[in-house]
Design a protein around this ligand. Structure first.
Ligand code: PGA
Length: 245
């Protein structure tokens, strides 16, 4: 695992104020001299209010910035409270998370996700597409059919699929401290890779500096989408370091 290209995506969700940006100093400093740097891609996804300041702060650091969602419409328009991909790009984002379960749960459909992905790609953003089954679906043994649907409808008619990274996040793992069994996770990631023809597939859901030892043994995972643990620079750095030692 030592020389594998891996993504470490920090999803700050609805956390963070201007003074939270200070916590990035530690990460920038660590990354500057990290010996496995060329194998590591770090992407911070803060709330929209911090994207501009954060991308200025991270300029020259080789750390990228992304949004956590965007409106499906590519052009500006009368959509109170919304932000589109073009606006994210304009303030320094190069990535956007789309289809996070916390947004799907509020009614975001695969069709809407597909439109969002199209507009993000057309606006020059790379996409982190989140997919994952709920506990109910898992118990009903529907995991594979749910994931297949999310991928097929989400990526329908998308031609430049190379700019889409998949993050497999079982809904029952997010924020619960529970991660899937290693053999099941390996199998599910392989299943996703088969459908997407070997795309990069990340894992997300309760990744922390303890279970990273278990997760890093699963060698078909191409990185992690990290929520809770990404807000603390020490924990985030620890996850990266432990992945490579
Ligand atoms: P978590 O969140 O690491 O806090 O479980 C992951 C996510 O929701 O992307």
């Amino acid at each position: 695992m030592t020389n594998k290209y891996m993504y470490f995506i920090a999803n700050w969700k609805m956390f963070g104020a201007v003074n939270s940006l200070k916590s990035l100093n530690k990460v920038v400093k660590f990354f500057r001299t990290f010996k496995k740097k060329k194998f590591v891609k770090i992407i911070y996804c803060p709330p929209n209010t911090l994207i501009n300041l954060m991308s200025k702060k991270l300029k020259n650091s080789k750390i990228s910035v992304g949004g956590q969602n965007c409106h499906e419409q590519e052009n500006f328009g009368a959509f109170t409270g919304s932000i589109n991909a073009k606006m994210l790009k304009n303030v320094g984002a190069n990535y956007v998370i789309i289809g996070h379960s916390e947004i799907r749960q509020k009614g975001e459909t695969n069709k809407l996700i597909n439109l969002k992905i199209q507009s993000a790609l057309n606006s020059g953003l790379k996409v982190i597409l989140c997919i994952g089954e709920t506990l109910y679906e898992k118990r009903k043994k529907k995991t594979k059919s749910i994931l297949k649907n999310q991928i097929q409808f989400g990526l329908k008619k998308i031609s430049n699929k190379k700019d889409v990274i998949i993050a497999y996040e079982p809904v029952w793992s997010i924020g619960t401290g529970i991660i899937p069994k290693s053999n099941e996770l390996f199998e599910t990631i392989n299943f996703i890779k088969r459908i997407t023809k070997n795309k990069k597939v990340l894992y997300g859901g309760s990744v922390n500096s303890k279970n990273i030892y278990q997760l890093k043994q699963i060698d078909n995972i191409d990185g992690y989408l990290i929520g809770g643990a990404s807000k603390d620079p020490k924990k985030f750095i620890d996850i990266i370091k432990k992945t490579y030692n």
